[in-house]
Ligand binder design. Structure first.
Ligand SMILES: Cc1cc2nc3c(=O)[nH]c(=O)nc-3n(C[C@H](O)[C@H](O)[C@H](O)COP(=O)(O)OP(=O)(O)OC[C@H]3O[C@@H](n4cnc5c(N)ncnc54)[C@H](O)[C@@H]3O)c2cc1C
Length: 321
């Protein structure tokens, strides 16, 4: 019998939706492989959540209930999950491709010398292999990964691609305690309090964005971007170069590692148009580029271009408002 171990992620006292999606994937695999679904849940005062997990079809839950797990300490989780996996010997370990899953699961795969299907939307069985689908470039491409199902495989599932498993009150399962595998040497950090970072601005809702890049020049000069956005009744966007230079906070970053936005008007000032920026703003309804370089790639996606110094164009524009 090969068992599938699902790492049950909790947030604010609830089992997360991504875990319920993982359980749907686990159920599909268990039907193919004739495997039981087991789960591991780590936290403090989590007995009710362990019981709830059995109602999603988890036959056996390993519960790590300890004050050391009140917050998420990646080292504690990694050490304890590694010890559990060595003891219960699952054939597949599944977790969400959440911040947590992306921290813990690759560490486990590396420590145990196992295959990792990272951030897949789907996983299926084909003969002796597992096949995973991993989207790339905002789902413009799909990579296929494969690994033998006869070895230990780790899988992280991207949220929003599978239905959440339904709760079935009639289901039951075994719950057993598992002790944290933490040595005194590991106790380098203490959990104090969970705080949600304050977001200064949500640019995803803005109808008009004036964005500035490295071409703005420096932090003092970046004031013109804030002034233009304010005068035109919009928000400020930024390229990563401007954020990295500390001219503008990260909440304003547009692109692959920033926000994806679709405003009615996007005015890109001194932004070259690297692909990592374009993927975040290309669906803006009207794109206006202000750039001194008539060959800048941003012009490929711009509807209108002004080939000029932004420090001449923006003041002129603002005079007209
Ligand atoms: C993994 C990864 C993820 C990334 N994610 C992102 C992301 O999410 N968002 C992002 O933006 N970048 C991202 N990047 C960085 C990206 O590759 C570019 O380096 C970055 O977008 C460049 O920023 P920029 O256009 O402001 O600067 P530059 O490429 O240096 O362009 C500056 C532009 O300003 C123009 N210019 C100069 N002076 C003036 C002036 N006075 N008036 C008008 N125009 C002027 C120049 O002609 C040039 O086109 C990522 C990179 C990597 C590797």
């Amino acid at each position: 019998m090969t068992n599938i171990l699902v790492v049950i992620e909790i947030s604010k006292g609830k089992i997360m939706g991504i875990t319920k999606e993982c359980l749907t994937v686990a159920k599909k695999l268990s039907d193919h492989l004739g495997a039981d679904i087991e789960g591991v849940i780590l936290g403090q005062n989590i007995s009710d959540l362990a019981i709830e997990a059995t109602k999603y079809g988890v036959k056996k839950i390993y519960k790590v209930d300890d004050a050391l797990f009140a917050g998420v300490n990646i080292l504690y989780h990694t050490r304890t999950l590694e010890a559990l996996i060595n003891e219960v010997n699952p054939s597949i370990v599944i977790a969400g491709a959440s911040l947590y899953g992306q921290e813990v699961i690759p560490r486990l795969a590396a420590r145990l010398g196992s295959a990792l299907f990272a951030s897949v939307t789907d996983i299926s069985v084909d003969g002796d292999n597992l096949i995973g689908i991993h989207p790339l470039f905002e789902e413009k491409l799909f990579g296929t990964m494969s690994a033998s199902k006869t070895q230990l495989n780790f899988i992280t599932i991207l949220g929003g691609n599978n239905p959440e498993v339904e709760l079935d009150e009639s289901l039951t399962g075994d719950i057993s305690d598992f002790s944290p595998a933490i040595s005194d040497n590991d106790k380098r950090e203490a959990f104090i309090e969970e705080k949600i970072a304050k977001v200064s601005v949500d640019i995803t809702k803005a109808k008009l964005i004036v964005a500035g890049g490295r071409g703005v020049g420096n932090k003092e000069k970046y004031a013109v971007i804030f002034e233009a956005a304010k005068t035109l009744g919009g928000e400020v966007g930024a390229s990563r170069a401007a954020v990295d230079a500390d001219w503008v906070p990260y909440d304003h970053e547009v692109g692959q590692t920033g926000k994806t936005i679709t405003p009615d008007i996007y005015i890109a000032c001194g932004i070259s148009g690297a692909i990592q920026h374009i993927v975040g703003m290309r669906n803006s309804k009207t794109i206006i580029a202000v750039n001194t370089d008539e060959e800048a790639p941003i012009l490929d996606v711009a509807h209108y271009a002004i080939i000029a110094d932004l420090h001449e164009v923006l003041p002129e524009l603002l005079k007209k408002v």
